[in-house]
Design a protein around this ligand. Structure first.
Ligand code: BG6
Length: 314
């Protein structure tokens, strides 16, 4: 068996001989599915708009060049929330595969899919709002270690620019932990059994509470209500999603130190037109790696690369 890759006008799908698979929409280069050991690891809203008219609610939207509402008096001020990368069609640049020999029974196979976005592909409005000559290459690699997603940013112009970036991953927490949850409890209480570890940093901003900076943070966070926190300068590379205190997914930062943890909870989920089902907030949590504290400055000709490796424990 070989790595199976199919690409059409709207998405690219790759499947390893193990059955693990990944699906990437060209719109936003949004990873909309990642399955390992037969389980879907990403949450995708049932009302997610996939036709390219709106950023995808779920999967892994790419936030660039600004995180959240753009600040006033900054080069990004006229851009929409979270920038343009998630709502622009990217180009599929191609694949590279590494296939293992028969002896390893396909267990070492991996596939890397590359996607590109540069200034010339932007809408006239986006180009006007952020008039810099840049190119992005987003590499999505599926292998035996998990899913790796890396964003490479290059300043193709002469003038320097400032940017923020973030991989807005929606992780599914619906999965029955080794088959035990679903039978015992159904899906109702899943989110209350989820916690996030590996969040010891210098400080965090609590956007729900008061949008101000909190100096010391507990390394573990339980999701028991609306959560929207920006953790800055994290000290360790790995933030993990735990279910019943057992590791479910490890999110390993690569050249990034910030992480946002977001769950809209009941009212906010209901208020979002593209969030479904209403109760879906019980089955998802966003753990979003990025560089969002201040700005990354890129001189002409320079590049920056950052991303994540996500490992599933199931
Ligand atoms: C998170 C932010 O990263 O994204 C939240 O911290 C925001 O404040 C959320 O609500 C979703 O944003 P959007 O634009 O996709 O609705």
């Amino acid at each position: 068996p070989q790595v199976d890759i199919s690409a059409d006008n709207s998405k690219v799908t790759a499947k390893l001989p193990t059955g693990d698979s990944v699906e990437v929409l060209l719109y936003g280069a949004t990873v909309i599915s990642w399955k390992s050991s037969g389980q879907e690891n990403l949450w995708l809203s049932q009302k997610a708009v996939l036709d390219g008219s709106k950023a995808v609610r779920g999967g892994i939207p790419i936030v660039f060049p600004v995180f959240g509402p753009p600040p006033q008096n900054h080069a990004t001020s006229s851009l929409p929330q979270h920038g343009f990368a998630r709502s622009t069609r990217w180009e599929y640049l191609g694949k590279s595969t590494s296939e293992s020999g028969a002896l390893s029974r396909g267990g070492d196979d991996s596939v890397k899919l590359d996607f590109g976005l540069s200034q010339s592909q932007l809408s006239p409005e986006s180009r006007k709002a952020w008039p810099y000559d840049f190119s992005l290459v987003y590499s999505v690699t599926l292998g035996k270690d998990g899913l790796q997603t890396m964003l490479n940013v290059r300043n193709e112009g002469r003038e320097s620019f400032e940017f923020q970036m973030l991989l807005h991953s929606y992780f599914a927490v619906k999965v029955a932990y080794r088959g035990r949850w679903a039978a015992a409890d159904g899906v109702e209480q899943n989110i209350s059994r989820v916690s996030i570890s590996g969040l010891a940093g210098t400080s965090y901003i609590d956007k729900v509470l008061d949008a101000t900076e909190h100096s010391s943070s507990s390394p573990t966070l339980s999701i028991t209500g609306e959560t929207d926190r920006v953790y800055k300068s994290l000290k360790q590379d790995t933030t993990s999603i735990l279910q019943d205190d057992k590791p479910h997914l490890d999110v390993v930062r690569d050249n990034l130190t910030d992480t946002v943890v977001w769950n809209p909870w009941k009212e906010k989920a209901k208020a979002m037109g593209d969030f479904a089902p209403d109760e879906g907030y019980k089955n998802m949590v966003c753990v979003e790696v990025g560089s969002v504290d201040g700005w990354q400055k890129l001189e002409g000709g320079d590049t920056f690369e950052g991303g994540q490796l996500v490992k599933s424990h199931i």
